[in-house]
Design a protein around this ligand. Sequence first.
Ligand code: URA
Length: 210
Amino acid sequence: MYEHLTVVKHPLIQHKLTLMRDETTPTNHFRQLLREISQLLAYEVTRELPMETQRIKTPMQEMDAPVLAGRKLALVSILRAGNGLLDGVLELIPSARVGFVGLYRDEETLEPVQYYFKVPEALEDRLVIAVDPMLATGNSSAAAIDLLKKAGARNIRFMCLLAAPEGVARMKEAHPDVPIITAALDEKLNEKGYIMPGLGDAGDRMFGTK
Ligand code: URA
């Protein structure tokens, strides 16, 4: 569909995603599954991180061993549901810098409204991974990426759990330079902007709100 869209069809991810979609899955299990999937997706998102070698000594001999190169990467959570993906990735990459973009969706217009923005310095030198579980209309994701670019980010990836074709099309139009990594591409949006079949409101399911 789009060369910058990667759907990670790993059996573990797909199995866990089915459990997340199931409406009977309780909040604590939902959060745990999201954390686990975020770590599996992180494997894909970070696949091409630059490497260098470092001289070390094993108990046997010296060697040039691979380590990550360059500035620490930046993880940016698009609040509030982004935090569910952030936690798992941060566990894998504890030295990452962390930023937050606060946007809420106006339920009438479905347009994003900004209420918070705080990101690490020197974004231009970092790989920036923006995380939000649901790429629905794509309006808030595109707006968040706009803000990150204004703050200097040049190398951005977008990681989500579910994407709708409408959201992918919006991102492709607004930010064709930003690869999208997702666990599934669903059918469509409903008239309220929810992903179908989806999993409902990710934030509500994660935090037990309604
Ligand atoms: N946000 C959600 O949490 N769920 C959707 O289906 C769409 C946007």
